[in-house]
Write a protein that binds this ligand. Structure first.
Ligand SMILES: [Zn+2]
Length: 198
């Protein structure tokens, strides 16, 4: 399954990962996908079925991975989702207080974000309202598949211990993509997810 390797990937700052090298001058290798038999050539992922090719090296895999979301777009999406959740929580909390005379604002502020982020990140689109507006999405580390509900829940759960470190914990978590090679937050790393341009 040796076929010369793919052009090396070059890191160009947060949010951009571009392939480089002499694509035009190099001969195209023939390599059949072990999953479906299609000629996948130099591709790290089969163009027909999307399976990762056994000969593919890490650089090729990353070069073909969909572009990472910028830190700014992630931060803006989070801000939007915070507003949506705060608004929904307040409306729901006051409605319950008026109807049943009980104050559930505390429990709601814990449960709503957990349900919201688990559902939104776990569904096939991988998008919250904020991420939809910003055109970004949560996928697995290769940027190809949705992470599903259990991993989306895990991704949310790891925020709890991080949040125990007052101010500095969440700050480090959310700033991590700025210097991370894969533009991941710590809570992305925990479930091997990433945020990509949709
Ligand atoms: Zn295939």
């Amino acid at each position: 399954m040796e076929h010369g390797g793919a052009p090396p990937a070059r890191w160009r700052g947060p949010g951009r990962l571009l392939a480089s090298g002499g694509q035009a001058s190099r001969e195209r290798a023939i390599s059949y996908c072990p999953t479906c038999g299609t000629d996948a050539g130099d591709a790290a992922f089969c163009p027909a079925c999307g399976a990762r090719q056994p000969g593919a090296d890490q650089a090729a895999i990353e070069a073909e991975t969909i572009e990472y979301a910028s830190w700014g777009s992630r931060a803006a999406a989070l801000l939007l989702d915070g507003l949506v959740l705060a608004g929904a929580g307040l409306v729901l909390g006051f409605a319950i207080a008026l109807a049943f005379g009980v104050n559930l604002l505390g429990p709601l502020s814990l449960a709503l974000p957990a349900v919201y982020f688990t559902y939104c990140h776990g569904r096939p689109q991988g998008q919250t309202i904020g991420k939809h507006v910003l055109g970004i999405t949560v996928r697995d580390i290769q940027g190809r598949r949705p992470i599903g509900y259990p991993r989306a829940f895990g991704r949310y759960l790891v925020l709890i211990p991080i949040s125990f470190v007052i101010i500095i914990g969440p700050m480090i978590d959310y700033l991590w993509p700025v210097w991370d090679r894969r533009s991941q937050c710590l809570h992305d790393k925990a479930v091997r997810s990433g945020v990509f341009r949709a």
